[in-house]
Design a protein around this ligand. Structure first.
Ligand SMILES: O=C(O)CC1=CCC(=O)O1
Length: 96
């Protein structure tokens, strides 16, 4: 199942910078592991914002929920999820 996930990151003023950098490093590692596995299909930066638009490919809603809850930066995120399905005009076989 494919989902578009929009993530806005909001760092509280005064939050410890070293701790935040540690969380960002962990987030990058997990994101890249999930990209290698094909779970996190795409990630784009939203220009001018500390935000991304991503595409996830997971078995079901519960898997997406667990992935998002497990993100190191999740406590700092506003997350919006949109379910996607194959467009009848798509030429990509792996869009489903
Ligand atoms: O910087 C972001 O948009 C948050 C994030 C998601 C994966 C990652 O490495 O950073």
């Amino acid at each position: 199942m494919l989902f578009q996930v929009e993530m806005d990151v909001n760092v509280p003023i005064g939050f410890d910078q070293d701790e935040f950098n540690r969380l960002k490093t962990a987030e990058k590692k997990l994101s890249q592991d999930l990209q290698e596995k094909g779970v996190w299909r795409h990630i784009w930066r939203v220009v001018g914002q500390y935000a991304n638009v991503s595409i996830f490919d997971v078995e079901d809603n519960a898997e997406l929920h667990d992935v998002l809850m497990g993100l190191p930066l999740y406590p700092f995120m506003d997350v919006r999820v949109t379910a996607l399905c194959r467009h009848p005009s798509s030429i990509r076989d792996n869009d489903r």
